[in-house]
Design a protein around this ligand. Structure first.
Ligand SMILES: Cc1ncc(COP(=O)(O)O)c(C=O)c1O
Length: 401
């Protein structure tokens, strides 16, 4: 069908404009379309003026807001039971904008010593040079947290729901109460638990952060981050991000939005598979110790039972290979045929990571030992495959160590 409105134009002009901006339509696509436009136009200049002034629900420039990205933000806010959410270019961007919104030079942060390595680097290498000092604590030891808070001028407490790689579960209500008592905000990285297990904002957290690269996306094909919070704080974060520009592109927003549709199905299956894998590993002679909050021997079993829905403890499992050395772990990793060695987690595929080589590479063996990460520790992100196949792969690879 020719574009009759533009047929009078010369070919070069038709190449640019023909078919575009068809005007209002009386059908609604079932899924949110991808709006790749970097800018949006209005028939009425007063409307455009209002949009540039920040009017609700209208768009002028994608760095300020985009309809596809807004659909993702609405979905995450809904799942996390928060008023609003802001999507960003990565989980690290989400963490960075949250910290920036909370502190200025001379302020202090209290952070869990178990945080994701790059989050520690962000605080230690970047924020410290900007005059923001961080005290790292064992977030499960509330006396230690309070001691750090009592030093004064702490604006932000930062933790993860389930820590990496030992899967320690934070008592979020207790931490929120402590942080607020000392006038600090609590930011919780909920990447490992996802809103399917826990919604930290309903337990007192002021910011809920996700690396959407992980379970929200779920398929290993997109990088993104989200912060869910109140409408006022979301506005504050967006004002900062309008200047920083760590936005999530509309294509990525759309992929994550699609991933979220199956999050409950994937999480249910992944948690069930993880529980089976953890119990199987616990019986294996080549395995010295299993870290899984669903096992009674895990230090966080009680907290996990209180905070998570019945019978679900997340889909991450870690274990120590007996007499674990780098060589033995490498033999195990090389032996895997189905499970993918990958520096990520939360995907539909089962993935394995060696913390000594990857996430905790930057620490000395002594530093790793101090936080309980030995040379034989392996972390598995359990996927949605048939659990029999996952276990069979582990079995044949463990036979080779
Ligand atoms: C718990 C946690 N938070 C944040 C991040 C950073 O996310 P991204 O890689 O999307 O920047 C990661 C990445 O592995 C993570 O594991």
């Amino acid at each position: 069908m020719a574009d009759t409105r533009r047929q009078h134009l010369k070919l070069a002009s038709r190449a640019v404009h023909a078919g575009e901006r068809p005007g209002p339509r009386d059908f609604v696509p079932v899924v949110t379309p991808i709006y790749p436009g970097s800018t949006f136009i209005y028939e009425d200049l007063d409307q455009m003026d209002a949009a540039l002034g920040g009017a609700e629900g209208v768009f002028v420039y994608t760095r300020y807001g985009n309809p596809t990205t807004q659909a993702l933000e609405t979905a995450v806010a809904s799942l996390e039971e928060q008023e609003a959410a802001l999507a960003l270019g990565s989980g690290m961007a989400a963490l960075n904008v949250t910290i920036l919104a909370s502190v200025e030079a001379g302020d202090r942060v209290v952070a869990s010593r178990d945080l994701y390595g790059q989050t520690i680097t962000l605080l230690n290498a970047i924020y410290s040079s900007l005059g923001v000092e961080t005290t790292f604590v064992d977030a499960l030891d509330l006396d230690q947290v309070e001691h750090a808070l009592a030093r004064g001028r702490v604006r932000l407490v930062l933790c993860e729901t389930i820590s990496n790689p030992l899967l320690r579960v934070t008592d979020i209500p207790a931490l929120a109460e402590l942080a607020h008592r000392y006038g600090a905000r609590l930011a919780v990285d909920n990447t490992f638990a996802t809103p399917y297990l826990l919604r930290p904002g309903t337990l007192g957290a002021d910011y809920v952060i996700h690396s959407a690269t992980k379970y929200l996306g779920g398929h290993g094909d997109v990088t993104g981050g989200v912060v869910a919070t109140t409408a006022d704080r979301r506005w504050e974060l967006n004002e900062i991000n309008k200047a920083i520009g760590s936005i999530l592109g509309p294509f990525e927003s759309w992929l994550i939005l699609r991933g979220i549709k199956t999050l409950p199905l994937r999480m249910q299956r992944q948690c069930e598979n993880a529980a089976r894998v953890a119990r199987w590993l616990a019986e294996h002679p080549a395995v010295e110790r299993v870290y899984y909050p669903g096992l009674e021997i895990h230090e966080s079993h009680r907290t996990a039972r209180e905070l998570f829905p019945n019978g679900l403890y997340g889909a991450m499992v870690a274990f120590d290979i007996r007499d674990g050395t780098r060589e033995r772990v490498f033999r195990f990793l090389r032996g895997l045929r189905l499970i993918v060695p990958a520096t990520t987690l939360g995907d539909v595929y089962t993935e394995v990571l060696y913390p000594v080589m990857a996430s905790h590479r930057g620490l000395s063996p002594e530093q790793r030992q101090a936080i309980g990460i030995g040379e034989g520790l392996v972390r598995i992100s359990v996927g949605i495959e048939d659990p029999d196949d996952i276990i069979a792969d582990l079995e044949q690879a463990l036979a080779q160590v």
